[in-house]
Each structure stands twice: as structure tokens, then as C-alpha cells.
Design a protein around this ligand. Sequence first.
Ligand code: PLP
Length: 472
Amino acid sequence: MTTTDPLIRVHTNPLSLARSRERIGLITEAARRAGSYVASATHRPVYPAAEAVAALDAFRRPLQDAPIPAREVLAELDAFGSPATVVSTHGRYFGFVNGGTDPAAHAASILAGAWDQNVGGTIMSPAAAVLDEVARGWVIDALGLPSTAAGAFNAGATVANLTGIIAARDALYARQGRDVGRDGLAGAPALRIIVGEEVHASALKALRLAGFGEAQIERVPTDRTGAIIAEEFPTDTDASTLVLLQAGNVNTGASDPFHEIIPGVRERGGWVHVDGAFGLWAAASPRLREQVRGVELADSWATDAHKWLNVPYDSGFVAVRDPRDLERAMAGTAAYLSAADDAPMHRGIQMSQRARAVETWAMLASHGRDGLAELIEGSCAHAQRFASLLTAGGAELLAPVALNQVLVAFGDERETAAVIAALQEDGTTWAGSSVWKGRSAMRISVSDAATTRDDVEAAAAAMLRCWRAVRR
Ligand SMILES: *Cc1c(COP(=O)(O)O)cnc(C)c1O
């Protein structure tokens, strides 16, 4: 031991010195195991083998009485957990719209985990509060939303949709002179709710949580891409109308014609909320921005950083044009929560919350505007490549590729289902199933920055190989 060891200078007590050494050793060990996981994942089947899944039974034991050293707990997690993960980060996983792991965001999450900051209130963490403020400004800027809009990070696009819808609901009632905070919703005149036929299940769930039932919802017809047909949109909306539009249909990537719908709805006093969980990021690319033309005209927007931005999960984002509307719905009132504070707990549903913005900050700082546009455009180029390789192999494209989503059928319904099952078994790559306009489809979502042209070629070849095997 030398007195230049900083730990010794801090810890005069031998027991606390030993504890500190152990803690640092554990963090280093976790990082070493994480590194090995990342290195070995590229050689593993994308979906875990049945034996690895069966071995998870090791976790299914009663909670024992005696403590187990943290090092052993970590080793158990790695031994049984790591082999049974879905390798969603190595470029050949195309399921759902899950995204991969951005290196800077992942590294930031490790450091922020050590920080253990609660960003709920500004006084709780100056570092987290500043990074949250900067990151929300960057997201609003990157998406081309009004610079005066209020933003807030939250658990995901479902929570972001809910936050936006509650802000809308309370604002529409406030314009009628009704204070929802004081009078509640009982006895309030109904709002008119309009969505597209292809509204995402998440937005419907958020509507329900905000007090709007299925029978209250009007659905406007969509075209073959899943976008609302502007001519079919009602022109008699009023000041008690809440409209939900979509940037990026989860099956096709298509967006609603914002520039044709939003101005009329707003002129007549209504509110437009946009669910743009992944599709809103088209706005971050000068080449793809046209796809979401007019989206910035809305009143509120929901998106995710944990999908296309490849930030760790639990990274949703809501923006509201007029900050007073977000504040009216979400600001806490307890005396110790400092009313003058515009901290995250006053911008969303949660009070205590992890400093999730640190990861989005790191991703955006590391990529810059150009890197972000490259990520978005690269995924879309890969999706186009998938479409051309698969159609050249005889598969049928069920909708034009608008962004990063590809919908294909392999022969009839039964054959398509069999190809998806065979592919999921094969392990080269992974894609899920969907139903589009009554037809079974394989849905390929390119949303991992790690995906290369080689990955796309290997995956498309595996899909066609599975199809040939199914036909035999
Ligand atoms: C994924 C998705 C959602 C839900 O987002 P979560 O982050 O999973 O809550 C909502 N809308 C659309 C269009 C989506 O793709």
C-alpha cells in the first residue's frame, strides 16, 4: 500500500477501504463480462437455442434466506442469462422496431448507473438536470419541432402518447373554461376523438388511460400504404376535437399527410397529437424529411430514442408546442416540489426517475447531425435492398417501402407462416410476423445501426433459403 493510492486517502477506515475495493472490482468484473457478451454475441444464433432457454429454470428458485456475495450473483446472471438473450444488437435482428445499442449511449448508461441520479427535481442532481435540459433541446432541434416547445423524457412512446393526450385533453377543456384539475372529468361534455384506421395499439391504450373509450373513437380510412386519405378526413372538426396522427406506420413506415390535415384542424380550434415512435426521426434526415412534411405544425408529438436511435430502453420523449399546456397537465403542486422548478417531475407522470436523458445526450453528441441522418438514411437504404433482394427471389412486397420497414409475403398464407417459423428456427437472422390488409406477412424492421450490407444479404439469403425448404 502506498499513500498515493487515492482510495487510501479517502478511506482511513480499513473496512470501508476493503468495501470500496470490492465494489470497484465488481464493476470492473461486470464490464469485463459485458465485453465478452458483446464479443461472443456475433457468433451466436440470433434467437437463443432451446437448451439455453430451458436452462433459465435455474433462476426459478425460492428466494433463499442467506445473502449471496454480489460476485456470485453476477456470475449466475451471466452463466444463465447471457446465453438466453435475443441478440438484438448484432445487426441481423429485424424483429419489431427494437433497435440495437449505440456504443456511446451504452457506455453512458454504465457511467450513469454508477452516478445513480434521480433527475425528478433539479436540486436532486445538477449534472442530470443540465444533461436533461440539453438533450431535450437537441431532440426538438433534430426533429425540426418548434424551438419554443416543451420536451420531456419518459419511459417510452406509450407514456409519451399518454402525456401528450392528457395535455391535449386538459387544454381543450381549459379553452371551454373547464379546469380539469379542479372539476375533474365527471359531467364534462365529450371530446371528439379522431384517429386513422391504422392507429397503433399504443395510442389506443393511451387514449383509454386518458379516459376515452373505444366507442368514442372515429376512424378515418387509410390508403394501401396505411396513411390517412386526406380527402376522407372530416372538415367539420371543432374546438373540442382531438386528432391523433401517425409518423411511421409500424408495418409500412408510411406517415399521414400532416400538411393537408393539421392546418384545418388547428384553425377550427382542435388539437393534433402525432405518434411518431420511430417515424418522426425521418425529420432528422434532409433527404427523408419530405415523408413527414408538415409534422411540425402539430400541437404535440411522441417519439422514442430507444428504437431507431439505439439508446437503451426506457427512453421515450414527448414534446408539446405550448409549454403551458404540458405544465397545466403535469406540474406537481406539493410544497416541497418547488413550483418554480421546471424539472422532469413537472413535465411528466413520474416523480422519481433515472437520468435517462444522459444516454440520448451521449448518442446525439457522438453522432452529431450528420451521423444521425446517416443512421436514419442507412437503415432506409438497407430496407430498400431487402425489398429488391426478396422480390428478385420471387417474394411479394405488400406495401411500398417508405422508411425502414419491409412487409413481404412468400407465396400463400400458409407458406408465409411456414417461412417465418423456419427462419426463426434457423438462427441466422430474426424477423416477426404481421397481418396487413388481411394478409399474413413477414415484417422486417431495419433499426439497428450495426446492420451492414452483408447482414442484409445474409438475412435475405436465409429468408429465401427457408422458403425453398418450405416448398420442398
Ligand atoms: C413502438 C411504437 C409505439 C409504442 O412505443 P413504446 O416505446 O413501446 O411504448 C407507439 N407507436 C408506434 C407507431 C410504435 O411503433
